[in-house]
Design a protein around this ligand. Structure first.
Ligand code: GLP
Length: 241
């Protein structure tokens, strides 16, 4: 696991965008796994700028998002499909047909099976980008007694509902379930990139780097990944010394 620490969240985003752009430059038809949340927003802004400036071309790129709330249609203001359109896809020359976000409506179990099949049909994920929840979740894989494997339905924990209620009118409006890639799906990506900024994430990062590899902190699985990069700002790294 390579850990890079930057003084500011902006520099951390610059580094993450550079790494993703490098992947696409090296493999124009790369398959990239993408997160939502506040952590990747600055990285997406920089990727959009690089695309606008002609540095990186998204026309052959395929993406798979980590997760989506169960029960929210793609046009719901808090759906992750809408988030991705607004924060990245509408600002780069990607073919929307090649952007995949798990579907949280209809037969969600069947949607999860189809999502894994689509990832396999695309040749697997070259680079999986992600954030981390305050409780160490990746995607929506919450602390548990065992790691999840494939894409499936997850019950959100009170900690995650509390963390995400800021995006909804109230905590009661936060969906209780999500569809998420499993930890196994994430681990099968050929490379992984986790970004964390801010002191809220410092404890999860300390446990990720120094604690046991355990499904109680799902992100700790990345310690077992052969090609994992962690990008932090100084605040997120503050408990590492
Ligand atoms: C959500 C997402 C995660 C994300 C986490 C952290 O729960 N499902 O993929 O990593 O929030 O969000 P933020 O980056 O806003 O702290």
């Amino acid at each position: 696991m390579q850990i890079h620490v930057y003084q500011t969240p902006e520099l951390a985003a610059e580094a993450a965008a550079t790494l993703i752009a490098s992947e696409i430059l090296a493999k124009p038809n790369a398959v990239i796994g993408l997160p939502t949340g506040s952590s990747p927003v600055e990285t997406y802004r920089r990727l959009a700028r690089m695309n606008r400036d002609g540095v990186v071309d998204f026309s052959k790129v395929t993406t798979f998002n980590l997760d989506e709330y169960v029960g929210l249609k793609g046009d719901h203001p808090q759906s992750y499909r809408r988030f991705m359109n607004e924060n990245l896809f509408d600002h780069v020359n990607i073919d929307k047909e090649n952007t995949h976000v798990p579907c949280g409506i209809g037969d969600v179990e069947a949607n999860a099976v189809a999502y894994e099949e689509a990832i396999a049909a695309a040749g697997g994920i070259d680079l999986q980008f992600m954030g981390i929840g305050r409780n160490g979740h990746i995607g929506f894989n919450e602390p548990a007694d065992a790691y999840t494997d494939v894409t499936g339905i997850i019950e959100l924990t009170p900690s995650t509902i509390d963390a995400n209620k800021r995006f909804f009118d109230s905590a009661d409006d936060v969906p209780r379930k999500a569809i998420s890639m499993g930890v196994g799906t994430i681990m099968r990506a050929r490379k992984t990139l986790l970004i964390a900024t801010g002191s809220d994430k410092a404890e999860a990062i300390r446990t990720l780097v120094k604690g046991p590899v355990s499904p109680k902190l799902p992100a700790s699985a990345l310690r077992m990944h052969a090609n994992a990069v962690i990008i932090l700002d100084a605040a997120a790294a503050s408990l590492l010394d």
